[in-house]
Design a binder for this molecule. Sequence first.
Ligand code: RTP
Ligand code: MG
Length: 140
Amino acid sequence: MTTERSLVIVKPDGFHRGLTGEVLRRIEAKGYVLAALKILTPPTALLQEHYAEHEGKPFFEPLVAFMSSGPVTAVVIEGEDCIKGFRSLAGATNPTEAAPGSIRGDLGRDWGEKVQKNIVHGSDSPESAAREIGIWFPEL
Ligand code: RTP
Ligand code: MG
């Protein structure tokens, strides 16, 4: 077991629907610690860097546009194996397929839009977490 940090984002759909508190509640109830938190409307350049791995995919442009459409809450969480653990709390990328009990399974759905609006982002590996925390929290 390793104490890890992960970058979680409550995306514009989650923020707009007033689900920020519910997401933070689930993170804390699981036993992870909130190490840093900020609310911002992310600039396009920050999102292009954050989503660099998806550049060239059909959903890249709509994704960056959606993510910069309003405020998000960026959070650094901390705990044993919290990278995998939060991905499990979040559920499958497609909210229609996400298991009930997960954030996306309980609170998300398909809205018939180009981008999957799925409430949260969570880093997918220790390397991604370090990279993403550096982008969103350069002061840490
Ligand atoms: P995330 O990065 O946000 O934690 O989500 P993820 O790993 O489960 O999904 P990923 O494959 O990294 O995709 C990043 C985000 O892009 C949007 N997406 N839309 N229209 C589509 O088919 C599609 N595919 C991906 C989602 O918002 C996804 O979370
Ligand atoms: Mg991802």
